[in-house]
Design a binder for this molecule. Sequence first.
Ligand code: CMP
Length: 138
Amino acid sequence: MSNRTFTMIKPDATKKGYTGAILDQIIKAGFSVKAMKWIKLSTEQAGQFYEVHKERPFYPELVEFMSSGPIVAAILEKDNAVADFRTLIGATNPAQAEEGTIRKNFAASIGENAVHGSDSDENAQIEGNFFFSALERF
Ligand code: CMP
């Protein structure tokens, strides 16, 4: 069981002004912020981050969307962080997300689904390292 995960608040949510409300829900659920930045990815950077999905039909759309506006990237800490954060955000497709989850509250579609959450401890580490140096986290 790890105590850290990685998240992004995606361009659909930052553009709609949901950043504060999403962070509030994350913090009220017991996560503490260990690193955070507000940035806009280039198409190259978005493509690199999601390289694992390169062969999927939705990859071009995903890269285009994730570089279409600012995002908030963060490392979060809590006991059982990866699993608990995935419960908090709900299913990838907001139509299937549980009531009260972040995606149910704020996401529009499977592509524009408001937030990302790491799916394993290993990926949490890799994804956090993609955005943050040792100096930028505590
Ligand atoms: P995320 O958790 O960030 O990880 C991969 C992303 O790919 C996922 O959220 C969705 O935003 C996106 N995705 C997954 N399936 C589809 C799909 N069928 N169409 C468009 N985007 C998708």
